[in-house]
Design a protein around this ligand. Structure first.
Ligand SMILES: Cc1cc2nc3c(=O)[nH]c(=O)nc-3n(C[C@H](O)[C@H](O)[C@H](O)COP(=O)(O)OP(=O)(O)OC[C@H]3O[C@@H](n4cnc5c(N)ncnc54)[C@H](O)[C@@H]3O)c2cc1C
Length: 643
């Protein structure tokens, strides 16, 4: 019996690395087994982190003391804030990564982590009868642990397709995990089949960028982490190219050689991230589709054409690429391909991500039906925290849908299951104004501190930001602007209407076009003799060394949002408070839905599949109507009376 660990993490991808570091960081002895040590935290698809919904997850991971934001800031070569013209709920950070620098940052933390041992091997069998207690590997070794977490990504019975050629693989250059699926089935777990795809990789020097629109990053650089070192790598641009009718014709004329359209691929792919052949067929009327040419890294010869995922035969890929202006001479270094893989039915998981079928077995990442580094990393951290709670005999950590995007994601997965890869969008969160990227730390860092994941430096930065935020709120309510020619002239210069009576800065900030930066300009230096003015400038002049500028910037944004959206925020808080009432109504674990009067057969089937924990969750099971929910509520009352 190989020495016993607290937990074994199977898979060194985004989910596996966050889970392993969280568990070892909380003092547990962890073994990380992965199929290829050279590809720890490997970005299998686009060299980018973040985006709408995904950036929100990355900042929540950071707020809780996870690592992805720090790795992304260390390896970022172009940063942008998306949706700056829209409300704060949908503003999101996205950054291009230097793929190698990202992997280096991950490896540094993984190999530097006390209590974490790492080994290259492929897990083929989950050991244990009524409870998982270990694994057997391809090299015939057995390892034992109190908990086993699977984070196997696209590798379970992975099958790759390029045209009508199929080959086993979890991704290009990596062997699949062929035996583990059968072991899971033998333990009674249900498996599904999904698919995802990636574009070819191009030789950057063979692209004529002169004709292509340049897309620069934002200055000043946004970043993901609330407290880590600001991004330091050289920043580069992306280029924008467009397909055209000739491109579409090349693809259309070869659809008989597409594994997707010839029915070879069985797994369901992501509708929101379609391959080029999918786009050409589904959006026939569109005469062009845009492509973002993303550099793979500083000094990397490769370029990633985002928007050209494909599994067409290589000759068709090349022919289609060469119809695109700027790519007439392009050289393909790696083909685009699709990969099909087995995944679990996440409805068979507890909200902690432990299996309901085989206790002691946990799962996180793509194996649960999601797609994306960020979704995977968030699940890895969540499962790592809850395994640690279980090891310590403590209650699970289960924040609500009004507290975190990761809670929205996990609740969606275990309640509704997946019929295509699940990607996070802000539209999935009913309380998205409460779940802004910018306040992830306000929502989660105190919890990360209580969980023991947030370290002293992060906590110090957070409490300092809280002080600045609280101080600003008080001062903006105290500082008054006098109406008069000076103020009106400045307001006119900002395209704002004059003041008719003295007004606090807080009230002024309620004006749609007003920002805190503008409002500060209106403050009259003549009134600067000590008191709230001096206090304000002192607050805004927080020490540079202590990350001052970002803390102040974040605090100002937070205060501005709270003032401008006060009404909406109150309403969402009220909605969440009301929903919490229903969330509290727990459904007995042994409830027999067939016995609930008034439920349709379909409703019984759906509820039996999902086995929701609360009435609130039952209400989110797809196909469960308000009428069905009322039947359940009446049944619950009857059970209570009987009890
Ligand atoms: C071809 C392709 C296209 C993609 N396209 C997109 C996309 O368009 N959009 C998007 O958001 N995401 C896309 N992704 C997905 C993205 O890469 C994943 O969502 C993300 O990597 C999932 O992280 P993970 O940690 O769950 O798994 P992965 O990053 O896949 O890591 C899994 C790890 O587990 C290891 N492993 C697997 N099985 C075993 C075993 N039995 N024993 C030991 N180790 C094992 C592997 O070696 C690997 O290190 C794509 C991925 C691929 C491969």
């Amino acid at each position: 019996m190989h020495n016993t660990h607290a937990a074994i993490v199977v898979g060194g991808g985004h989910a596996g690395c966050e889970a392993a570091l969280a568990l070892a960081g909380l003092g547990h002895k962890v073994l990380l087994l992965t199929g290829n040590l050279d590809r720890l935290g490997y970005l299998s698809c686009n060299p980018a982190v973040g985006g709408v919904g995904k950036g929100h997850l990355v900042r929540e991971i950071d707020a809780l003391g996870g690592r992805m934001a720090l790795w992304a800031d260390a390896a970022g070569i172009q940063f942008r804030t998306l949706n700056t013209g829209k409300g704060p709920a949908v503003r999101a950070t996205r950054a291009q990564m230097d793929r190698e620098a990202y992997a280096r940052a991950v490896k540094r933390d993984i190999f530097g982590q006390k209590g974490l041992s790492i080994q290259q091997d492929t897990v083929e069998e989950i050991l244990g009868d009524k409870r998982a207690n270990g694994v057997r590997t391809a090299s015939g070794l057995e390892f034992y642990a109190r908990h086993v977490i699977l984070t196997t990504g696209t590798f379970l019975s992975g099958l790759m397709h390029i045209g009508l050629t199929s080959m086993p693989g979890g991704r290009l250059g990596d062997a699949p995990a062929l035996k583990l699926s059968d072991s899971l089935r033998r333990h009674g777990l249900k498996l599904g089949r999904l698919k995802t795809g990636t574009p070819p990789r191009l030789l950057a020097s063979s692209i004529n960028t002169d004709q292509l629109e340049e897309q620069r990053g934002d200055i000043p650089l946004p970043s993901f982490s609330f407290y880590g070192p600001p991004p330091g790598l050289e920043q580069v641009s992306c280029r924008i190219a467009w397909t055209n009718e000739r491109t579409h014709e090349v693809v259309r004329s070869a659809l008989d050689r597409s594994p997707l359209f010839s029915g070879i691929i069985k797994g369901r792919g992501p509708r929101y991230c379609p391959s080029i052949e999918d786009k050409v067929v589904r959006f026939r009327k569109r005469d062009r589709h845009h492509i973002f040419l993303e550099p793979e890294g500083l000094g990397s010869p490769e370029c990633y054409p985002n928007g050209l995922a494909t599994s067409m035969p290589l000759d068709v890929q090349i022919a289609a690429l060469r119809t695109i202006p700027g790519l007439e001479e392009v050289r393909v270094l790696r083909p685009g391909y699709a990969v099909e893989y087995d995944c679990l039915d996440p409805r068979e998981l507890h909200p902690t991500l432990e299996s309901r079928i085989l206790p002691g077995l946990w799962a996180a990442g793509q194996i649960n039906g999601t797609s994306g580094y960020e979704e995977a990393a968030a699940q890895g951290l969540w499962a790592g925290i809850n395994i640690a709670r279980s090891l310590a005999g403590e209650d699970p950590w289960l924040p609500g849908r009004d507290e975190a995007y990761m809670a929205v994601m996990i609740d969606d997965l275990i309640t509704s299951g997946v019929d295509e890869p699940y990607r996070m969008f802000t539209s999935r969160a009913e309380y998205r104004l409460l779940l802004r990227e910018a306040n992830a730390d306000m929502r989660l860092t105190p919890q990360g501190w209580r969980l023991g994941l947030v370290g002293g430096r992060q906590w110090a930065a957070f409490t300092r930001k809280q002080e600045i935020t609280a101080g600003l709120e008080v001062l903006l309510d105290k500082l008054r602007l006098r109406a008069g020619p000076r103020t009106d002239e400045l307001l006119a210069g900002m395209g704002e209407t004059p003041l008719h009576s003295p007004m606090t800065l807080k009230d002024l900030l309620r004006r749609p076009g007003m920002t805190l930066d503008k409002a500060l300009v209106l403050l009259d230096p003549a009134d600067d003799a000590g008191g709230p003015h001096a206090e304000l400038w002192a607050l805004l002049d927080t020490d540079e060394k202590a990350n001052g500028s970002r803390l102040v910037g974040d605090a100002c944004l937070e205060v501005e949002t709270r003032i401008k959206y006060a009404g909406y925020l109150e309403r969402q808080v009220e909605d969440a408070r009301r929903a919490a009432g229903v969330e509290k109504l727990t459904l007995p674990e042994q409830i027999q839905y067939a016995e609930v009067a008034g439920l349709t057969t379909e409703a019984v089937e759906r509820l039996e599949k999902s086995r929701p924990r609360t009435l609130g969750q039952a209400g989110r099971v797809p196909g469960i109507t308000p009428a069905a929910l009322e039947c359940l509520r009446i049944h619950l009352r009857r059970l209570e009376r009987r009890a």
